[in-house]
Each structure stands twice: as structure tokens, then as C-alpha cells.
Design a protein around this ligand. Structure first.
Ligand SMILES: [Zn+2]
Length: 480
């Protein structure tokens, strides 16, 4: 990706090559309003994160609840069994009972947090600066006595008194912490202040590694993480889909892709990005907004005629990186503003080739239709109307289909089967083993009804994926 700045960017590359990604979806992510993962969901997310190559997984705060404890213990166990490679971290307050619980999970590392700004010291801890220092030193030492790695998180570090923060980090380091996380708890850093902040701390208190934990309250988290790395941070805290307290922290997918695009460093396996996006969408119940960079539905959807023409000539005109890099593909909006080239490209994508005359007629129909967004199906219908030909295989009567269904691990297959059996058109259900859990036989008078039946099946809660095989008994096929 040659840019006029490519030479300058190259000199920054080593800083990003050594960065470790810490994913906190299971801890910080579960602090998103309304989000609560089951233990099984957490294990599945942890495995998927590990598959992607995330370096550290912050698995939870064991003292919070028995199920959180159990999830952290089981993820730590997966590590011991060699099922995952990432370092497993247990969160803990600077309290002995929390540290005991964290140690009991046998996680690789205990992360102790303490608010170090005057606001936090006064309002939350009701401690003086000196009292806080001795608590931090004592608790880091106590955690170390369990023989684990220890990280100290300076909560609200970005609003703390800088000289006091230096004392805090020195205390944690001298007590045995090999990493210190400087948290931008309310998201007030900017890329340039973050860079200066970390440069200062690395120089003032060396011989300890620094993490950046940046909150997104002002939409700056991703940029702040870049600034922090430039300043010397060697670990970046992220969550899948940017989940976290309030509006969350740095989204894993955006950070990983931006590092690849700018510095050609692939920190995690980018081809897995959409898989983890969907998995966490489903388990968190929070959908990614359409216009979310990189992972949103609109990230590679082109609309204006000029843009589409440019994209068709050379996709680099309006794309910073090819969608294929993360296993996606580009698409075009078809509506009354759409130009000839886009409609032609879209029809070809759907396997339909038309001459120029027909294309103009189709375009006229689209303009007349006045729909906000034209679906592929409507476009094909218009093309069929203009050409007078059936442009897709169509069963005139009696379609039989087999739907293979995978059920979420945390729901009962039998309860899903019962719900499916109540849908009209479902003839048979059998529980199966292997890649899928259920086999459903469906009969429908035509493809429209079949689609409705499949949609109702997919709409049942607890269904993870479906695969449909269609047996066309009688087909009236004519394609151009
Ligand atoms: Zn946080």
C-alpha cells in the first residue's frame, strides 16, 4: 500500500511489531449494560480469541460472582491443558480476599486495580495518597507471593497527578509487577497527549512494561491507543466490537486492521475477524451499528454513482484496503440514484447479463420504483419484468428441503426442536450428531413459502446456524 508517507510509517513499524493484544471482552465487555455471558459462551469466545492469536485474555474478576470465578478457572484450566496459548488474566481489587480468589483460579496473571487520581482516592477509596501507595505495594507483593505474574492497573491514571503517578508505578514495579496498565478511564486522552504521557512514564519509571487501557467516551480510544504505542506502550487493551463500560474501549477488529493497513503488521489472524464479530454480537445481544468502521454492514457498500464508477475502475479509489483482507466483499446500493455501471455490475454479480438496451429499461424501472433501497430480489424481479424471462431457477410446485440446524451450546436441543415442529410446513425432525444437531424436513408449495418457513426457523432463539439443501421435485428453469 504505497502512500506518500510510506517511508515515514516504516520507521514506526517496530513499535507495532512488539505490541501485545490484550482482549478484555470477557471482563470489560461483560460490564457493558445488559451484557452477561454464560460460562460456555465465555469458553467459546476465549477459544476463538486464542485461535485468532490474541496474546492475553482478561477472563474476568473472580470475586464478583461464583459463575465468573468458574469461567476464569475453566479458561485457566484450558491453558494448563494446552488447549489455548494466550496468557490468562484474573482481575482483582487491591484486597486480599479478591487476590485469594484470583489465585485460586490458577490464572497466569493477577491484575490488581486501584484508582490513583485525587478524584478516585477521595470519592471512591477515601484514602490519602500515602495510604494508597502502601496498599498498592502491599497488595502487589501479596499477589506475587502466589508465584504468579502481576499487573498493576493505575485506574484513572490519565487524570492523576503525574509525579504521584510516577511514585505509584515505582511502588508497583518494586513490589513485583512486571506490567503496569495506565488507564484512560474516562477517555480524556488524545493521540498526542497519550504519546507524550507514555514517553514521559517510560523514561521516568523504566524496567516495567506499559499497557494502555483507553475508554471511548469521546470516540478517541482507538487513536489514543496508537498514540500510546508511539510513546512506548507494549500492550493494548481491546474488546470484540468495542464492548465495555458505558460506550466501551478500543474495538479489537479496528485496532488489528488499522495496524495492518498503516504498518503492514498482522497482530492477529485477520481472516477470523467477522467470525468473532458475529459470535460476540450473538452472545452479547448488541449488534454492531451499520456504519461501524471495518465490521459494519456499510463498510464496503458504495452508493453514489461517481463512487461506484471509481470502484469498478479500481477499488482503491474509495477503499482503504480490500474487503477480502478480512474475508468480506464489496457491494453497491441500488436505488433511484444508481447509475448504469452499478446496475450492470450488480446484475452480473447475480449472474444476469443484459444488453445495453435492456439495461436502460431496467434503470428506468428502478427510477420509477422510488424504493429507498432495492433488495437483490426486487432487482431480479424488475429484470424479469423488463426481459420477460425468468432469470432464476424457480420451482412451480412442491419443494422439499432439508434444513440442517446447529443449536447454541447453552440451550436444549429438544426445546428448539419443539418450537420448530410448530411451524407450518415442517414435516419431520430428527436429532443428529456431527456438525449439526437437528435435521428438519420441510415441504412448501413454492420458494416464497419455503423462504418464509426458513426465516421462521432461523428466528427461533438458540439457533446458531442453518444449512439448507433443496430438493426440487418439479422445476421450470429458464435462465438467460
Ligand atoms: Zn475499563
Amino acid at each position: 500500500m504505497a502512500t506518500p508517507f510510506s517511508e515515514i510509517l516504516k520507521s514506526y513499524r517496530p513499535k507495532f511489531e512488539r505490541v501485545k493484544i490484550l482482549d478484555a471482552t470477557l471482563r470489560e465487555g461483560e460490564q457493558t449494560p445488559g451484557v452477561s455471558f454464560t460460562i460456555d459462551q465465555k469458553l467459546e469466545i476465549a477459544k476463538k480469541l486464542d485461535e485468532m492469536g490474541v496474546h492475553m485474555i482478561e477472563a474476568g474478576h473472580p470475586a464478583v460472582a461464583p459463575d465468573v470465578f468458574e469461567a476464569v478457572r475453566r479458561i485457566a484450566w484450558m491453558k494448563k491443558e494446552g488447549e489455548i496459548r494466550a496468557e490468562v488474566i484474573a482481575h482483582s481489587r487491591a484486597v486480599k480476599s479478591d487476590i485469594d480468589k484470583a489465585a485460586e483460579t490458577e490464572a497466569d496473571r493477577i491484575a490488581i486495580f486501584y484508582g490513583v487520581s485525587d478524584i478516585h482516592l477521595r470519592a471512591k477509596h477515601r484514602k490519602t495518597r500515602e495510604e494508597a501507595l502502601s496498599i498498592i505495594g502491599e497488595m502487589v507483593e501479596y499477589a506475587k507471593s502466589y508465584g504468579v505474574k502481576v499487573r498493576f492497573t493505575a485506574e484513572d491514571a490519565s487524570r492523576a497527578d503525574l509525579e504521584y503517578l510516577e511514585q505509584v508505578v515505582k511502588t508497583a514495579r518494586d513490589a513485583g509487577a512486571d506490567r503496569v496498565s495506565l488507564a484512560d478511564t474516562v477517555g480524556v486522552l488524545t493521540p498526542w497527549t497519550a504519546q507524550k504521557f507514555f514517553e514521559h512514564m517510560v523514561k521516568a519509571v523504566p524496567n516495567v512494561e506499559y499497557d494502555i487501557h483507553a475508554h471511548n467516551d469521546l470516540g478517541m480510544a482507538l487513536a489514543t491507543a496508537f498514540g500510546a504505542v508511539m510513546g512506548g506502550a507494549t500492550a493494548v487493551h481491546v474488546t470484540v466490537n468495542g464492548l465495555g463500560e458505558r460506550v466501551g474501549i478500543v474495538p479489537l477488529q479496528l485496532f488489528a486492521v488499522a495496524v495492518k493497513v498503516h504498518f503492514d503488521v498482522e497482530l492477529v489472524n485477520l481472516s477470523k475477524i467477522m467470525e468473532i464479530t458475529r459470535l460476540v454480537e450473538r452472545y452479547s445481544g448488541i449488534e454492531v451499528p451499520y456504519n461501524m468502521p471495518v465490521i459494519g454492514d456499510y463498510a464496503f457498500l458504495h452508493k453514489a454513482g461517481v463512487h461506484v464508477a471509481g470502484i469498478l475502475a479500481d477499488p482503491r479509489t474509495y477503499e482503504p484496503f480490500p474487503p477480502e483482507m478480512i474475508g468480506r466483499s464489496r457491494d453497491y446500493v441500488i436505488d433511484k440514484y444508481t447509475g448504469k455501471k452499478a446496475v450492470k455490475a450488480k446484475l452480473e454479480k447475480l449472474g444476469i447479463r443484459v444488453d445495453d438496451d435492456t439495461l436502460m429499461k431496467i434503470l428506468e424501472e428502478i427510477k420509477k420504483s422510488n424504493l429507498r433501497v432495492l433488495t437483490d430480489d426486487t432487482l431480479v424481479s424488475i429484470a424479469e419484468k423488463v426481459t420477460g424471462k425468468a432469470l432464476r431457477p424457480r420451482a412451480t410446485e412442491n419443494i422439499e428441503a432439508i434444513a440442517w440446524i446447529k443449536v447454541d451450546s447453552n440451550v436444549f436441543t429438544s426445546s428448539v426442536a419443539r418450537k420448530i415442529s410448530m411451524i407450518d410446513g415442517v414435516r419431520e425432525i430428527a436429532e443428529v450428531t456431527g456438525d449439526y444437531d437437528l435435521m428438519v424436513k420441510i415441504e412448501a408449495p413454492d420458494h416464497k413459502v419455503l423462504n418464509t418457513i426458513l426465516d421462521s426457523i432461523r428466528g427461533i432463539k438458540g439457533i446458531q446456524s442453518t444449512h439448507t439443501q433443496i430438493i426440487l421435485k418439479k422445476m421450470d428453469k429458464s435462465t438467460s
